[in-house]
Design a protein around this ligand. Sequence first.
Ligand SMILES: Cc1ncc(COP(=O)(O)O)c(C=O)c1O
Length: 402
Amino acid sequence: MNNETPKPTISKPIRPDDICPRPDKPVAHTTQPMAPAIYPTSVWMCNDTQQADQLLAGDLEGYVYQRVGHPNADAFAEKVAALHVAERVAVTSSGMAAMSLAVLSQLAPGDHVVVSNQLYGQSLLLLTQELTRLGISSTQVDTGDRDATRAAMTSATRLLVVETIGNPRLHVADITSLAKIAHERQAKLLVDNTFATPVLCRPLELGADLVLESVSKMMNGHSDVMLGALCGRACDWERVPLVMSAWGLASSPFDAWLAVRGLATMHLRVERACETAQRAAEFLMHSPAVEQVDYPGLPDHPQYDLAATQFGGRFGSMVTFRLSGGRKAADAFIAASDRIPFCPSLGEATTTLSHPESTSHRGLSPSQREALGISGGTIRLSIGLESSDFVLAALAEKLAGI
Ligand SMILES: Cc1ncc(COP(=O)(O)O)c(C=O)c1O
């Protein structure tokens, strides 16, 4: 028997600078976490040269570098693919990055695009001004006019670009007809579905070739994410991974992680906002200070029947209206109470308002704005998740302040 007291083993002190940078050991899960993990890592370790070679050649599935792909983007993409019934989804750093990805992967110098004249301002700028620098020409057209759209298409047209619900007058695109017009000329239809979300509309099922979502809006819905998604078919995806990586359009893991969380409540948020939007539109119609209300759910909206079938009986969370008192009335309306913040975006949990003349459409000339039916008195509401009583009371308070 050894009665000696054991001596403490004195391990060689390890310098903090040698400990801290070492990669963590992988977590061994006996049970699975209910909430998904975030992988903020910019780079992944390779086992050997052969594996690195296979990964980088795309012969082996796996991650190497965040700009090329990461698990949080893939987790989000999988859900979006299911929602849009899409064969492929690319998750990008913003909605505009998704638009860049679409044009850079599908177009080449000498090509021509036909674009709706009611696209989001930055999309119009990208498609009609930036693309000319790459040798790609464009024609703007009222895509609600089928003959004019057909006439704008040429043998060089590769893309027809529209929004499911246009900004700010909330015109509804007839996606089935527009897909036919594009396909007659062997062009593709790209639909920006941001105002509709996949809850209201799945353009791929209606014949569109590519669908874009600004996830920064209603899909995430909490004003804390900048993200985009491009959805399409495998046959149109050949150049997508290369363009994503080489032009640096990829998403951040944290934003993709937050967006997965936002997506879990999207259907509830959209349904709620649509119900309140319908009530708000009907309420505004009866105000003497309001001369025009645009909402696809009002029977006098020019595409009411189309919206009713295309969106399955819901009409969206955006309401646009025109105050008869012009810019002065709009300024008074905005200043009247802070219960509906002036916030030039959309799809937030909070009901917000925007003033197209001074924000989204400020780059247009007065006559261009007038042609689109935008005046100094035009206000665009993005309905949030408050009770409809709250929203109606807030609108009444603001109208009283004019
Ligand atoms: C309809 C529409 N499409 C695309 C975008 C661009 O999205 P993001 O701001 O995520 O780049 C916006 C932004 O306001 C938008 O309203």
